[in-house]
Design a protein around this ligand. Sequence first.
Ligand code: FMN
Length: 176
Amino acid sequence: MSAGESYDVAWNSRFGDQPPAGARLVEPLLRHRSVRHFTDRDVPPDTVEALIAAGLSASTSSNLQLWSVVSVEDRILREKVARSCADQAHVLNAPWFFAFLADHYRIRSAAKRLGYGGEGLDYVEFFTMAVVDAALAVERIACAAEMMGLGICASMFLPRNAISQFLMGLMHVSSS
Ligand SMILES: Cc1cc2nc3c(=O)[nH]c(=O)nc-3n(C[C@H](O)[C@H](O)[C@H](O)COP(=O)(O)O)c2cc1C
């Protein structure tokens, strides 16, 4: 995020003209930049809790919340995650790293409890819903972090590789 940028400058650098006068509240969103280098400033657990709360408050398709999040704090696991993200240094060095997972486990379990097979979950629509839910949560958390003066960068995991399978195992979520 470009902290020093005014509303006018942030708007102009993206769109090349003058911003509408009555929309200053969008300024933090316009100032977004992916951040890949970090200070050693601590991000306290209270802040992280607030960020997760922001993610949990995102819109979710059919109110199903088909996503989960894992905070990857173990160093060895973080190294493995970084490797599966093409060895990107910021994945390794960020003070916090959250893995967001498209998650059918809870709804599949609920269906099973009610005596249904959950066959519909294999349709591409349900896969898409889970990915969209996860993406909305990521973006909501990213916006919240930037509003709190933190820098963020999204990274795409290779789907279904060993590490994402392991993280899903931590959450007891199904990859299907
Ligand atoms: C789903 C997704 C995956 C991304 N993966 C990476 C990544 O692996 N490495 C990286 O450096 N940036 C990654 N980015 C950040 C984009 O490169 C960045 O958002 C884009 O270049 C626009 O720049 P900005 O965010 O500074 O406006 C990702 C962004 C998204 C939304």
